[in-house]
Design a protein around this ligand. Structure first.
Ligand SMILES: [Zn+2]
Length: 387
């Protein structure tokens, strides 16, 4: 194995060793990165969450002038609960050219290559900077990045490119759909099931609302904006967990369900939410309130991911293709922090080592060849920023 690949592998072993499942603190990992960067002569800025239990990290290598490149990634990983792993998920194990462990693909592999490249970036005497931006709580609604955006906007000189290193097998992805996740809560009135006139059935109202969501989905599929880059090419909907009711002979007084839609970048997500909320305000709630003042329906969007919009032929895309050694861009089916970064006018693509097919699963792995490809990306990046 070449020297740099060994460095990246060693770094990945360290990073995977910190269990940064989103429900836990990521501070041990962040402190490790901070200390490592300090040893390399690079200062870090930490931005803590309200509870002080998690932090984002930002660091700049080279002069903080416009035209740099931001290497961005999330430090949290999804849980291993209930998954059957052949080896300890928080100890990297190597077999047949693959490194197994939670987060190897999603996305500590990219962070490892970026960190392992810092001494090279330092030695390169960069004319334009490399910025590192590592976040918490991506896997539970992209919470860390939303706090980080104002800090990035204020402290990082306008970059030429942001690379979000989610696993794309080192292809350059320039677009993904947006995502809105809502929770609808329904407060009805409890009564004995033999006396329907006395109660307001929250589960039955949920059924009516889910039918409405399903109709929105059909409309989006049949008549909504299409973008043939994506599979499926239309805005898609899903109704997820639902809970309500306690016994067959009690009229349920409460029900809630989660639903989401993934809008193609050309769709207007606000219009979809307005249509749903209008149905609540104009049809459902007046009817409920007329029955009983305590009965009502509310919808809250609790997670939002802006779409990543393609900017074909833009300077950022051209640079990303050169760094990745690719001729063509692709799109990804999953959501990332890239749309948030683009929303503050940072030109952004998604490109990182490993395959999303291995993410979130037991025996998650990254091929060593992918780490090597990412090391090559970092080498070309150092060369590009020297001049
Ligand atoms: Zn990820």
């Amino acid at each position: 194995m070449a020297g740099q690949a060994q460095n990246s592998k060693n770094m990945l072993e360290r990073l995977v060793g910190y269990d940064t499942t989103s429900r836990l603190s990521n501070l041990e990992l962040i402190r490790f990165i901070e200390a490592y960067l300090q040893d390399c002569g690079v200062a870090s800025t930490l931005q803590f969450n309200a509870e002080g239990t998690k932090a984002n990290l930002v660091a700049t290598i080279g002069p903080n002038v416009p035209g740099g490149v931001v290497l961005s990634g999330h430090t949290d990983v999804v849980p291993v609960d209930g998954q059957d792993w052949a080896s300890d998920p928080f100890t990297v194990s190597e077999k047949d050219g693959k490194l197994y462990g939670r987060g190897t693909a999603d996305m500590k592999g990219f962070i490892a290559c970026a960190l392992a490249a810092v001494p090279m970036f330092q030695a390169a005497n960069l004319k334009r900077p490399v910025h590192l931006a590592f976040t918490y709580d991506e896997e539970v609604g992209c919470l860390g990045i939303q706090s980080l955006l104002p800090l990035l906007k204020d402290t990082v000189a306008a970059p030429r490119l942001v690379v979000v290193g989610e696993p794309t097998s080192m292809q350059v992805a320039n677009a993904h759909k947006g995502q809105h996740v809502s929770k609808t809560r329904i407060w009805g009135r409890e009564a004995h099931s033999s006396r329907p006139e006395d109660g307001v059935n929250a589960v039955a109202i949920a059924a009516e609302l889910i039918t409405f969501v399903t109709a929105l989905a059909t409309k989006a599929r049949m008549d909504g904006p299409k973008d043939e880059m994506f599979d499926p090419p239309y805005t898609s909907f899903n109704v997820g967990p639902i809970k309500g009711g306690s016994a067959f002979n009690i009229i349920p007084n409460y029900c809630e369900f989660d639903w989401e839609f993934r809008a193609v970048p050309t769709a207007d997500p606000e219009a979809i939410l307005v249509e749903y909320n209008d149905f609540l305000d104009d049809v459902i709630n007046p009817h409920l309130q007329a029955t009983s003042p305590e009965c009502r329906v509310e919808n809250t969007v609790w997670a939002y991911l802006p779409p990543l919009k393609a900017e074909p032929g833009a300077d950022a895309e051209t640079l990303a293709l050169m760094l990745a050694g690719r001729n063509d861009t692709t799109v990804v089916a999953f959501g990332t922090e890239a749309g948030h970064l683009q929303s503050i006018d940072f030109p952004t693509v998604v490109c990182g080592p490993g395959d999303i097919a291995q993410a979130h699963k037991p025996d998650e792995f990254i091929a060593l060849s992918q780490l090597e490809a990412c090391d090559g990306f970092m080498k070309r990046l150092a060369d590009a920023l020297k001049s």
